[in-house]
Design a protein around this ligand. Structure first.
Ligand code: FPP
Length: 236
């Protein structure tokens, strides 16, 4: 069974999940974080090496102050106390995104989880937080410009080489999942998803359990990935 090396998830639908139940939107984010924890453990058990998730975009600061504060507090709580099982299972947590505009306790929680799990070898959970795909490319271009100023020879620079300048040098995404029914990529991991397979589902993220994840894996196994080339049968 072919398992994707790198899976990325746009965790959408938390708010609607809560509203449908007459709850505040924050209840959906709380339930979503429980789902995320279970999914990360399941994905690594299935042989996925990297799981990237969109937890907070640069543009999410446009939401109400109450919701932004709730999401910041949730991250602090999860990074400082709740990711113990993830750590025990040997999963390394990395955080991708800009470190500007973040509260000191949020920055400290990010450093805490990254440091605590840095030697773990059983997979990587990449949490995209205060993240934008175009912003990541701009930040990478700035780092590259510095190296060019310091004499880097660009003659044979490849698209693979550019990965080293992204927030973390992760492999390309094989499977991109979006829950919650919208059909767009919302400025998520634009450089990394260039050849990924897409899986869209109407299921709200809090309900996206192991069996829903397995459906996406099953779909992935039945896709014909050609990376711009042709199949053997079609090439003559
Ligand atoms: C999108 O759903 C979801 C978010 C903006 C936040 C996602 C965050 C989590 C799942 C929690 C992450 C927690 C940790 C510990 C990393 P939405 O609110 O836009 O839903 P809607 O489209 O139904 O309104």
């Amino acid at each position: 069974m072919e398992i994707p090396n790198h899976v990325a998830i746009i965790m959408d639908g938390n708010g609607r999940w809560a509203t449908k139940r007459g709850l505040k939107r924050s209840a959906g984010h709380l339930e979503g974080s429980k789902t995320l924890e279970k999914l990360a453990l399941h994905a690594m058990n299935m042989g996925v090496k990297v799981l990237s998730v969109y937890a907070f975009s640069c543009d999410n600061f446009k939401r109400s102050p109450e919701e932004v504060t709730y999401l910041m507090d949730l991250i602090v709580k999860y990074f400082n106390t709740k990711f113990e099982k993830i750590n025990k299972k040997g999963i390394r947590v990395v955080v991708s995104g800009r470190k500007t505009n973040l509260r000191p306790d949020v920055l400290a929680a990010i450093t805490n989880i990254e440091t605590k799990t840095q030697d773990n070898q059983n997979g990587i959970l990449n949490i995209c937080f205060n993240y934008g795909g175009q912003e990541e490319i701009i930040d990478a271009a700035k780092k590259l410009a510095l190296d060019i100023n310091n004499g880097l020879d660009m003659t044979n620079f490849t698209r693979e080489d550019f990965f080293k300048y992204l927030y973390h040098d992760l492999p390309p995404i094989d499977l991109l999942i979006r829950t919650g029914g919208e059909l767009r990529v919302s400025n998520f991991m634009l450089y990394e998803m260039s050849y990924s397979e897409f899986y869209f589902t109407n299921t709200y993220f809090p309900d996206f359990d192991k069996s829903e994840f397995n459906k996406a894996l099953f779909m992935f196994q039945n896709r014909d990935r050609r990376f711009g080339g042709l199949n053997d049968q079609k090439s003559n």
